[in-house]
Design a protein around this ligand. Structure first.
Ligand SMILES: Nc1ncnc2c1ncn2[C@@H]1O[C@H](COP(=O)(O)OP(=O)(O)O)[C@@H](O)[C@H]1O
Ligand SMILES: [Mg+2]
Length: 261
């Protein structure tokens, strides 16, 4: 019998973890001492007002921005590798700029992404009639389906997604979030999802963090956090970065479905 202590089967190794992470642009940190984890097969929502540091965090996690202090671990291993090497280890990153080729057709976009059309159509059958259409002519929702189809078809171990649903109709937002959630659970992918539609994100998230001014100010399960919308709203208001001193704090979370909706 081994004397070693068996790992606790109930606590899987996170696919992505930060330990005391600080990062920013130049010498000034934007993110301060962040401790977050994303477990396999779970969707983790990253919420917070504009300027909170959500995109900065995804850039630091993907290796685009250097870490100032602390650590990023992928499946338990600390990494300082650049983005392309993290991608080889199973990290997907859907950044704010969609990086679809607008002048190529939907099918060509899948092909250049080395993604099988069949796999992509299993994820989004809606795109079947759109395969020969130039991606630039797809609706906003279809473009995001194409983006997600490419990212999910690669069956990433961990997927970072930044503001996928900006400007899309509520039904499409639900469709995209549902697809992410089902795929995460089926594939065992750990997803870290930046989303401005707070209630919708919480409806699909297994866990959520609220970031404000570069710090985690709240976290909890999706269900717990859905019951704390008032507190989330306060965190949004107190964390608002006003561009002009005379600007009033706008209602929480731009979009049709902020925490106040
Ligand atoms: N390229 C950059 N250079 C310097 N500061 C930046 C840069 N990008 C963002 N910031 C600053 O970092 C902070 C966090 O921004 P960001 O991560 O984009 O927030 P979010 O995605 O939550 O809206 C903001 O104060 C923003 O002004
Ligand atoms: Mg952002």
């Amino acid at each position: 019998m081994s004397a070693a202590i068996a790992p606790d089967a109930a606590t899987p190794e996170p696919v992505l973890q930060t330990i005391g992470l600080s990062a920013g642009y130049g010498p000034v940190p934007v993110l301060h001492d962040l401790h977050l984890r994303v477990d396999p097969g779970t969707v983790v929502a990253l919420l917070g007002p504009n300027g909170a540091g959500k995109t900065t965090l995804l850039l630091a996690l993907s290796g685009v921005l250097p870490v100032m202090s602390g650590e990023v671990k992928i499946s338990g291993t600390p990494t300082k590798a650049p983005l392309f090497r993290r991608a080889r280890r199973g990290m997907g990153f859907v950044s704010e700029d969609r990086s679809i080729f607008r002048s190529m057709t939907t099918a060509e976009n899948l092909r250049v992404g080395s993604v099988s059309v069949d796999d992509a159509m299993d994820l989004f059958p809606e795109l079947k009639t759109r395969l020969k259409v130039t991606a630039g002519l797809l609706s906003g929702g279809e473009q995001q389906m194409l983006t997600l189809a490419r990212a999910l078809s690669r069956k990433p171990a961990v997927l970072l997604v930044d503001e996928l649903s900006l400007g899309l109709a509520p039904l499409i937002v639900h469709r995209l979030l549902e697809r992410i959630s089902v795929s995460a659970h089926e594939l065992g992918t750990g997803v870290l999802l930046v989303e401005q539609h707070v209630r919708k994100a919480l409806a699909y998230a297994d866990h959520a963090y609220v970031l404000s001014r570069g710090r985690v100010v709240m976290d909890g399960s999706g269900a717990e956090m859905s019951g704390r919308i008032d507190q989330i709203e306060e965190a949004y208001l107190s964390g608002m970065v006003l561009k002009h001193a005379d600007q009033e704090a706008a209602p929480v979370a731009a979009g049709d479905d902020g925490p106040e909706a």
